[in-house]
Write a protein of this length. Structure first.
Length: 329
């Protein structure tokens, strides 16, 4: 394909360098995490597009291992916040305390002041505490007593949640779900994968020997490059049609928001870049549409009576949307 006419042309050299870095990170993560390759790729899409990730699954399937291995592979400052019913918003955002020496109130940083946050079992904390992440995820700042404090860059959140039917779980409100760019489940490993896990962790934790293969500066550079990936107006129309149809479906009570359209475009740009392209094609949108949109939908009574999941409803929506053709590259 001739890419010389692209309005926002990304140099082939930049693409190849990015693909090389992504490949090294993917390989480093897979030295520790054993599971579906798609899971690692979706996590990298979120990471490199700056979209925070929500993983819903049962305990013990490797969610924490996945997060820690990614943080270690890019040498980011990592913090794990265990969400519990007694966790307070100030524990996360920080508080102002009286400093006897300075005779003034000073800001004491909370657990959020790190580059890479694992918000573990987020739905075990109260909605009030859950909401303390909203500003951090949207604006990358925290506000305490009328003052805003910037978060370290690059900033990224992986949140895990237990299935809502588990004891002691609070459902995440729609406004918070909409802040997460992608959501997916890890799932149980297959028999052979389970055997590999037993052997790999038999003598030591492979995380202990994991060396960084990229730097925080590489991450910031790739995030900037993702936004330069060209998106044809026809592809944008395809994104908008999917989101609009999600709002009009009989199976949906609350469909995708304008923010979800932005997230879908960003995720498609990241997917295209990771697949060595400086432009987005409809296949990129289709590859990330369900992880980007499914967790945001509030299903109607018709969907529940028909035993349809959000992913199944989205598949119907996508099939009814016209895939663009004749895109000029």
């Amino acid at each position: 394909m001739n890419t010389s006419s692209l309005p926002f042309q990304v140099a082939e050299q930049q693409i190849q360098r990015t693909v090389s870095i992504v490949g090294r990170i993917r390989e480093a993560v897979r030295q520790v995490f054993i599971g579906k390759e798609t899971i690692v790729d979706l996590l990298l899409v979120g990471f490199f597009s700056g979209l925070h990730v929500l993983i819903e699954d049962v305990p013990g399937v490797g969610k924490t291992t996945l997060a820690k291995s990614l943080a270690a592979s890019v040498n980011l400052d990592f913090a794990r916040i265990q969400f519990t019913p007694d966790l307070l918003p100030g524990d996360i955002t920080g508080v102002t305390v009286w400093d006897q020496t300075e005779r003034a109130f000073v800001y004491k940083e909370g657990a959020i002041m790190h580059q890479f946050i694992l918000a573990d079992e987020i739905n075990r904390a109260s909605p009030r505490t859950q909401s303390s992440l909203l500003e951090a995820m949207q604006e990358e700042t925290v506000s305490v007593d009328g003052r805003s404090y910037p978060l370290p860059q690059p900033f990224f959140v992986i949140a895990t949640q237990n299935p809502t039917e588990f004891v002691g779980a609070f459902p995440l409100p729609e406004g918070e779900l909409d802040r997460f760019g992608l959501s997916f489940s890890v799932g149980y490993p297959r028999r052979e994968e389970g055997r590999q896990i037993l052997n790999r962790f038999r003598f030591r934790d492979p995380l202990e020997g994991l060396e960084p293969v990229a730097s925080p500066e590489d991450v910031l550079e790739i995030r900037a490059l993702v936004r330069e990936i060209y998106v044809d107006p026809k592809v944008q129309d395809f994104i908008l049609e999917i989101v609009e149809r999600s709002r009009s479906s009989n199976f949906v009570r609350l469909g995708g928001s304008p923010r979800s359209s932005q997230h879908l475009q960003l995720a498609a740009q990241a997917w295209a870049l990771m697949n060595q392209r400086g432009f987005v094609v409809p296949k990129d949108v289709l590859s990330v549409a369900i992880p980007v949109l499914a967790h945001r939908l509030v299903l109607s009574t018709d969907a529940r009576l028909s035993h349809k999941s959000a992913a199944e409803v989205l598949e119907l929506v996508i099939r009814s949307s016209a895939i663009p053709v004749g895109i000029k590259i």
